[in-house]
Design a protein around this ligand. Structure first.
Ligand code: IPD
Ligand code: CA
Ligand code: CA
Length: 270
């Protein structure tokens, strides 16, 4: 691996572990939640001091090492998406799990070079699971190589999904797609509550495929590289390439991609 990427991977991992330490501390001490948005009179999009402090620790660590790199992060960190060196950060993916004491959440950190996902790290500080990938170098789980499922029939697969905060048309589209997947006799549907780890579940072969009708770039930035480096496919849920904009997402092992895409595109919200 080129030495500059070794150094970027090392920084991405140590930033993910540092953010993870912050989350671990708040996990044990407890934290107050705040509402980030108000949808239909009720708030579902939550934020806490844990999200904010995790992001600030991660951002400081990256900036110390690479002062001229741009940073984009969920908590109001607006980077220049056209920059040669761009980091895309979700300091706590799975805030809802975190706040309800479900031990399934992650720090997600990606590095893009000239707009191309080049390094990705997703770390669950409670379980200690760390997924990583470097473009052209494969994907790993706690240092061991991983690969996507060999499934070729939906009827042999577990499918992951996510619900955006919208409880209207987008929720109904998701439910219709789930029903359609069930009609193809899948083994089951899972909604684990963190898109970054859902993508890693496709990468390591647990999920045959995963879809969600709206995600932000920090939700999928690291996971998309981990999926492709594990041999999987990823696009929006209509088959278009992902960029750095909010988007629907479909990730799949190669043998299920076309069948999953037929379902997710059929029910895609307008
Ligand atoms: C959320 C999680 C969740 C997904 C939501 C995301 P957050 O991220 O990834 O699984 O369904 O769409 O917004 O808000 O916990 O960082
Ligand atoms: Ca997220
Ligand atoms: Ca988040």
């Amino acid at each position: 691996m080129p030495s500059d990427l070794v150094s970027i991977l090392r920084t991405a991992k140590s930033a993910a572990y540092s953010g993870g330490h912050v989350l671990h501390r708040y996990w044990h001490e407890g934290v107050e939640l705040r509402d980030k948005s108000d949808i239909g009179g009720k708030s579902y999009d939550l934020v806490s001091d844990a999200d904010l402090e995790s992001q600030s620790v991660i951002a400081n660590l990256i900036t110390e090492k690479f002062p001229d790199h741009e940073l984009m992060g969920e908590e109001d960190l607006v980077g220049d998406t056209g920059a040669e060196h761009l980091w895309v950060i979700d300091p706590l993916d799975g805030t809802n799990n975190f706040l309800h004491h479900v031990p399934h959440f992650a720090v997600s950190i990606a590095y893009y070079r000239d707009g191309i996902p080049t390094v990705g790290v997703v770390h669950n500080p409670i379980s200690g699971d760390t997924y990583a990938a470097v473009r052209g170098e494969g994907a790993s789980h706690n240092g061991d190589p991983i690969g996507t499922s060999a499934a070729t029939e939906l009827s042999t697969a577990l499918i992951g999904c996510g619900f955006y905060y919208d409880r209207g048309a987008m929720m109904r589209s998701t439910l219709a797609a789930i029903e359609d997947f069930f009609g193809h006799h899948i083994h089951g549907i899972r909604r684990f509550g963190t898109a970054a780890l859902d993508l890693c579940a496709v990468a390591n072969g647990m999920f045959g495929a995963f879809f969600e009708y709206k995600l932000s770039p920090w939700d999928f930035a690291a996971g998309q590289l981990i999926v492709t480096e594990a041999g999987g496919k990823i696009s929006d849920a209509q088959g278009n390439p992902l960029g750095l904009e909010p988007s629907s997402v479909l990730a799949s092992c190669p043998g299920l991609y076309d069948a999953a895409l037929a379902i997710t595109s059929k029910h895609h919200p307008a």
